[in-house]
Design a binder for this molecule. Structure first.
Ligand SMILES: [Zn+2]
Length: 134
């Protein structure tokens, strides 16, 4: 009796997990353009002693410049970004963060699913039944 109830709960949990994974997959498919990394704003000194950026009392450094930094397959990359592209690029960075969060949640749910299907007492009983019936 206890086994039947736990098997029912297991089936219900599996269905719930499958529904949640399906919803995540739909959200992932709906994501727009993305890009990894972060954008920073910088001001620079050119080194010319006659330039306003080298003024001893009131230095006015050049900029702002926007720099994108990211790591892909272990390789760090930095690129300057045109100011008129920064807003759109930041949107892509946000989409990438959402992508990673959704993927992380998918992995979490997949592990929970695996626990039910392969590593719970109910899963062992199912496996034994399958082995006996074949
Ligand atoms: Zn300068």
């Amino acid at each position: 009796m206890l086994y039947i109830i736990s098997a029912m709960n297991t089936k219900r949990s599996l269905r719930q997990l499958e529904r949640q994974i399906g919803a995540l997959q739909e959200k992932l498919c709906a994501l727009g353009p993305m890009h990894p990394g972060s954008v920073s704003r910088q001001y620079q000194v050119c080194g010319n002693p006659a330039c306003r950026c080298m003024h001893p009392q009131r230095p006015q450094r050049h900029g702002p410049y926007y720099k994108l930094a990211y790591v892909h397959r272990g390789k760090p990359t930095c690129r300057f970004v045109r100011a008129d592209c920064v807003a759109e690029l930041k949107q892509r960075l946000r989409v990438y963060k959402t992508f990673r969060a959704l993927m992380d949640r998918w992995i979490e749910l997949s592990i929970q699913r695996g626990v039910i299907e392969y590593f719970s007492p109910a899963a062992r009983k199912t496996a034994v039944r399958k082995a006996r019936s074949s």
